[in-house]
Design a protein around this ligand. Sequence first.
Ligand code: XMP
Length: 521
Amino acid sequence: MHPDIHADKLLILYFGSQYTQLIARRVRECGVYSEIHPWDMSDDDIAAIGARGVVLSGGPESVNLDDPPKVSHAVFELGVPVLGICYGMQTMAAELGGTVEGSIHREFGYAEITPDHSGLFGGLSDVEGEPLLKVWMSHGDRVESLPPGFVATASSRNSPLAAMEDASRHFYGVQFHPEVTHTLKGMEIMLRFVRDICGCACEWTPDHIVVDAIEKVRRDVGKDKVLLGLSGGVDSSVVAALLHEAIGDQLTCVFVDHGLLRHHEGDQVMELFAEHLGVNVIRVHAAERFFRALDGVSDPEEKRKIIGGQFIEVFEEEAAKLKDVHWLAQGTIYPDVIESAGAKTGKAHVIKSHHNVGGLPEHMRMQLVEPLRELFKDEVRKIGLELGLPRTMVFRHPFPGPGLGVRVLGEVKRHYVEKLQLADDIFIEELYKHDLYDKTSQAFAVFLPVRSVGVMGDGRRYDYVIALRAVETIDFMTARWARLPYDFLEHVSLRIINEVDGISRVTYDISGKPPATIEWE
Ligand code: XMP
């Protein structure tokens, strides 16, 4: 019997902070399952979660505004420890009888706190022999007077009450953010809360998650057959490996090879899944059909629609050939599930369920099996490794659904795609060789259908241009162009011009996001 990995869990109430998912991830890194829910979830739902502890996230609001988001008193009646972070501390203070004031000194960035006796961080220090912690602050308001029963446990230059606690009721508040890595002892503080104060057993580990997911899939689908659209991306690959482990031949994967994949990618997917792992994979060679559908189309959105539409058609045709399949597997992950709405108001933070199946036609309605629904991307990667997938697959950069269709600017022609595949392959190969691949978040080549003059040997060339794009980012919402070494870029440029027929010039994209996007279309 393996442990019940959902038995000890933490509830994280979302008050609007961008760091909320980070809190949930840190709790899980401590080995404890966590769920994010909106701050205004009903008292009954709060109780029904059965959490061993509650974390109140930060948020952009002020408790002194009209009708601010408030922590429900039901949280304090659960009889479990509560940790309020930043706004979470302020709403806790305000609701339990303290006061919060707008501070003239906004505190943003690194700060030093002097910790006092505290169950949460007492005895921790970043400077030998001195009680001093380096922490990350981001707040305007601050707690001015403590609620009854609380004592101050730390002060900073701008916040005499930078942390508070009521040890008898196990209520803790910190003005700083222990969930970000800038707070050097943040992980130790989280561990103390999760393990020592809440008393959780730390069973949420990749090996347990895999065993648990396999058992659940077996329970849900029984002897039924399951269909999975395999793209070669991390999520669908991990689903394939997991389902294969769970139900073996009951799984059939359909891999639509639309001709807009990276160099040799189709063969690599088949080699890994069909040959190496022994998964049933049907590869549909559909390039001809996709190129035909894209003929003469140059508008990016139109191209996306065509590629998406063709994809569904091909997938549906293949599925129709299979008999008695009642389940469709999907690589939905936790961030898809907790898509937050209402960020504009800062109040109505609704957590919607994700409808990834959107595009599938009515008559293909099957029951869904989504074994990664509870997992963050870093957890998906860890269980991918646990299931024996190679690191190069598990840590692969993201690749857009429409593939090279949006990396050939304008009209997509087969010979443009072929040149792009070769150039992209050289760039990626060199990134690996120079140990730069894992230092960038996403890197790729783009084909520009304009011609420029060049000389090679004694001859004049009038050929196409390749742009190289490499970015560093955490969330792909904003990105910084990667400062790749000049010598490296020169080497890649020379290789592309020498080895890819029809390319006479290579440029490097130095636009950040915003204002540019990561992809060129
Ligand atoms: P942008 O270009 O919007 O890209 O800055 C952000 C991230 O999203 C990926 N991307 C896509 N993924 N279908 C996808 O599945 C798409 O149409 C698509 N467009 C962009 C992009 O590769 C980057 O990681």
